[in-house]
Design a protein. Structure first.
Length: 135
């Protein structure tokens, strides 16, 4: 049986968004939050709206956000807000398709982070905007 990798989806890979079809065949784990704080922004670097839930500041990319940005960036080195995520178990093939979509390693890079879902901590792959990227 092929080893599967846990993947965090926070933007257009989430359910209901146009790139979710790349996760066809992936196993749904659940929704949750990143364990660490980051910053989610629009393409022009405006922060995505923040909600406070149980005294935690949380950023969540919503369909309405597509009117202001085609996709979100998450900046790794900004200790600002928890990011709402969906977790999936994916095959290496699905992960390669997602890497291609995300422009790894140039536009985004992928890193293992801790994410919390279903009252458990998962080691999961997450995409971060490569601030060194030059267009």
């Amino acid at each position: 049986m092929e080893e599967k990798i846990t993947l965090c989806a926070f933007g257009t890979l989430k359910r209901g968004f146009h790139n979710h079809s790349l996760l066809q065949g992936a196993d749904w784990i659940g929704t949750g939050l990143t364990k660490r704080k980051y910053l989610m922004t629009t393409v022009d670097k405006r922060p995505i709206d923040v909600k406070t839930i149980n005294e935690k500041s949380i950023q969540s990319f919503r369909k309405a956000d597509l009117t202001i940005t085609p996709f979100p960036y998450v900046l790794e080195n900004q200790n600002k807000h928890f990011i709402a995520i969906e977790l999936y178990l994916v095959t290496h093939n699905i992960l390669e398709l997602c890497d291609r979509l995300e422009g790894v390693p140039y536009f985004y890079y992928r890193k293992t982070v801790e994410a919390i879902a279903n009252d458990k901590i998962y080691q999961a792959e997450m995409y971060f905007y490569n601030e060194q990227y030059q267009s």
